[in-house]
Design a protein. Sequence first.
Length: 206
Amino acid sequence: MSPVTSLSMNSSATTDSSPSKDEEALQHPLHYSWVFWFMHRSPGSKITNYEDQMKRIATFSSIEEFWAVYSHINRPHDLPTISDYHLFKHGVRPMWEDAANIQGGKWIVRVKKGLASRYWENLVLAIIGDQFDVQDEICGAVLSIRNSEDIISIWNKTSSNGRINLKIRDTVKKVLNLPQDTTMEYKSHNVALRDNSSFRNTDVFR
């Protein structure tokens, strides 16, 4: 199942039609280049090689390139169950073991069905727009479409930095307009590697 309506998979947003010098001058570059990834598995099936299942959608480095990509991929509410969108910095694999991720962790927000599309868009815009103001701590984000709920995860590179982690949590609440008493969870990637679980055995915060 492809999440893309009319965009070549595994390509840069600018691969098919390179902008002219005048067009490049008018573009608004982002601080980092970013990559959209997609993964889907059928209910009941198991993934034997996680990295092989990841499909790279496109890379973008400017606001204009972002919208060129984003306008051609399906919204979360159109995705089948057990699908994942990943948005990560270029050069960072959306995997616990990646060198940029291994000492980090993720904040987890469990979302009622029907809200994921709005929350995901707001979060993506905040991430690529540097609204978190935590230098290079943000590695990426994942949206997991599941049966009874959807789950948003924000990955950062240093799980041991409590001050930064709490700033990320508070920014997520602000960006998504969540009530201040909303329960959020945190899990380091080292713990995830030990128990081989994404969303179990988390630390719960309000």
